[in-house]
Ligand binder design. Structure first.
Ligand code: PLP
Length: 459
C-alpha cells in the first residue's frame, strides 16, 4: 500500500516509511493512495471474534506486513489491557451505547494507537539495526500513553516534556513511575506551548535531528489513525452490522478519532451518522455549521484533551472532500497560516455534510451531562465522554448510536467530583499508582540545555 501527501508535493511512501516519517516533507499528512474495501461477507465474519483478530483483518490491507508479523505485534499491543474485550460496548439508554476505550494502561483511548506504534517502531528499528529518539510534548494524555508504550523497548529512547506543575497528579504519575531506563519524563519550567516550541526547535535543528535519530509520534501519524479504525468495526459488528447500520458520536479535538470512523465507513462498514462533538473549542462545529474554517483562540475547559485551536487531522478530511486535490489543500493551509482561516468550497462542504454531523457542548452542559447520566444510569463519564454523550442525545435516530468514551473518569477526578459529588476511584489494577516512586528530571525552559541532556542520556 502506498501513501500520498495531502499537499501533493512529497514522495509517495510505503506504510512503514509513512509511519517513520510522520509529517510529510511538503508539510502535508500521509493518506492511503486508495482505501481498501472489505466485502459484506468479510465484515459479517468479524462479529464475535476477539479484538486482536478484528484488528488484524482491518489493518493488514493498509500495510505490507505478513499476517504472522502484524498479528504478533497486535497481540503484544493489547495484552496489557484491563478488559478481555479491549473495547467493550455498554448500553447507556434506549438506543444509546457507550464504547469504552479506557481499559488500556493509561486509561485513555490513545493507548490503542500508541501501544501498537511502540511495537511497530521496535520491529522497524530491530530489522533496520537502527536506534531512534522520540521526543514529545504533552499536556497529559499523549505523553503518558507514549511512555507506557515505549518503556523497555529495544532501539527506542523516549523523552516526554510536560509543563512542570500543570498536569494532573494521575497524569504525572503515569509518566514518572515507570522504572524502565529508556523512558524519560522531563518537567519543563514553562507551559505547554514552551514544551511544544522546544520540540519544534529540535526538529528544525537538522544536525541534532540526524545525530539522535529524532522521531515524533504525534496525532497526525497515519499508524495512529489506522489503529483507531478497528474499534469502529468491533463495536458496529457487535451491534448488528453489516445487517443494520450503526451511528457514532466522537468527542474530538484533532479530528484523529473521528477521521478513523470515516475510514471505516469508506472500507464498507455501514455507518449511518458520524457525529463530531466539540467542547467550547468548536472550530470543527463552526466549520460544519457555517462553511467557514476559522481560528478563534484556545479556551481552557474541563475536557482539556480537546482544547485545540487548529484541528490538525481535519486536513485529511478536506483532502478527501476536495477530491484529493493537493494544490487546493496547499492554498487553504497557506490561507489558514496567513489569515487565520478560510471558506470551504460549496462542493467540499456538501461532501463533508454528507458524512459528518456536529454539535458543541458548553462547560455547564458538560458538567450537567456527567451529573444527569450518573443519576439516571449509574454510569460515571469523564468530561470528554460527556461532551460526546450530550451531542449523541441530540442525534438519536433509528440506528443504534454509539458514543466513544475516550477516558476513564478517574483520569479527571476533579471535574467528575464537582459534577457528581463522588470522587471516581482508579481501577484496582492501578490502585497503587500513588504509592509508586517517581523519577522526574526538572529542566529549565532552555532548549540547548535539554538537547545536551538528551545526547548525554542516549550515549
Ligand atoms: C486526545 C483525546 C481526545 C481527542 O482526540 P482527537 O483524536 O484529538 O480528536 C478526546 N478525549 C480524550 C480523553 C483524549 O485524550
Amino acid at each position: 500500500m502506498q501513501y500520498v501527501s495531502t499537499r501533493g508535493q512529497a514522495p509517495a511512501l510505503d506504510f512503514e516509511q509513512a509511519m517513520l516519517t510522520g509529517l510529510a516533507r511538503d508539510g502535508g499528512l500521509y493518506v492511503p493512495a486508495e482505501i481498501p474495501r472489505l466485502k459484506h461477507s468479510d465484515i459479517l465474519d468479524l462479529a464475535g471474534r476477539p479484538y486482536e483478530e478484528i484488528a488484524l483483518r482491518v489493518m493488514q490491507p493498509f500495510t505490507d506486513f505478513g499476517e504472522e508479523r502484524l498479528g504478533d505485534m497486535i497481540v503484544k499491543s493489547y495484552a496489557g489491557f484491563g478488559h478481555d474485550a479491549r473495547a467493550p460496548v455498554k448500553q447507556l439508554g434506549a438506543n444509546h451505547f457507550l464504547l469504552e476505550l479506557f481499559h488500556g494502561p493509561t486509561l485513555a483511548f490513545k493507548d490503542f494507537a500508541m501501544q501498537l506504534i511502540g511495537q511497530l517502531f521496535q520491529d522497524a528499528m530491530t530489522r533496520r539495526g537502527e536506534r531512534i529518539t522520540i521526543v514529545g510534548a504533552t499536556s497529559g494524555d499523549t505523553g503518558s500513553a507514549a511512555i507506557e508504550a515505549f518503556k523497555g523497548l529495544d532501539g527506542v529512547e523516549c523523552f516526554i516534556m510536560y509543563p512542570h506543575g500543570r498536569v494532573s497528579e494521575v497524569q504525572r504519575r503515569q509518566m514518572t513511575t515507570p522504572s524502565e531506563v529508556n523512558v524519560h519524563a522531563l518537567a519543563l519550567h514553562g507551559d505547554f506551548d514552551d514544551c511544544q516550541a522546544a520540540v519544534k526547535h529540535m526538529f528544525n535543528d537538522h544536525a541534532f535531528r540526524d545525530r539522535v535519530g529524532l522521531t515524533a509520534v504525534n496525532s497526525i501519524n497515519w499508524a495512529r489513525v489506522l489503529a483507531q479504525v478497528v474499534y469502529y468495526f468491533s463495536a458496529a459488528t457487535a451491534l448488528g452490522a453489516p445487517h443494520r447500520p450503526v451511528s457514532f458520536t466522537v468527542p474530538t479535538g484533532n479530528f484523529g478519532d473521528v477521521f478513523a470512523g470515516w475510514i471505516a465507513k469508506r472500507m464498507g462498514l455501514p455507518i449511518d451518522r458520524l457525529v463530531i462533538a466539540t467542547n467550547s473549542n468548536d472550530i470543527l462545529h463552526r466549520t460544519m455549521a457555517t462553511g467557514e474554517h476559522r481560528k478563534n483562540g484556545v479556551h481552557p475547559t474541563i475536557s482539556p484533551s480537546m482544547d485545540i485551536q487548529v484541528s490538525s487531522n481535519f486536513e485529511r478530511a478536506l483532502f478527501m472532500a476536495y477530491d484529493r486535490d493537493g494544490a487546493a489543500i496547499r492554498t487553504l493551509m497557506e490561507e489558514l497560516r496567513a489569515e487565520g482561516g478560510f471558506p470551504v468550497s460549496q462542493g467540499a462542504l456538501q461532501a463533508l455534510r454528507e458524512d459528518f454531523g456536529s454539535g458543541r457542548v458548553s462547560e455547564e452542559e458538560t458538567a450537567a451531562t456527567i451529573r444527569d447520566i450518573h443519576a439516571r444510569t449509574g454510569e460515571t463519564l469523564c468530561p470528554h465522554s460527556a461532551v460526546g454523550a450530550k451531542v449523541a442525545e441530540a442525534h438519536l435516530g433509528t440506528s443504534p448510536m454509539v458514543t466513544l468514551a475516550t477516558a476513564h473518569p478517574a483520569k479527571f477526578p476533579d471535574a467528575v467530583e464537582a459534577a457528581t459529588g463522588e470522587r471516581p476511584a482508579l481501577p484496582p489494577r492501578m490502585a497503587d499508582l500513588f504509592d509508586r516512586s517517581e523519577r522526574i528530571t526538572e529542566v529549565p525552559n532552555d532548549v540547548a540545555h535539554i538537547q545536551s541532556l538528551i545526547e548525554e542520556r542516549i550515549s
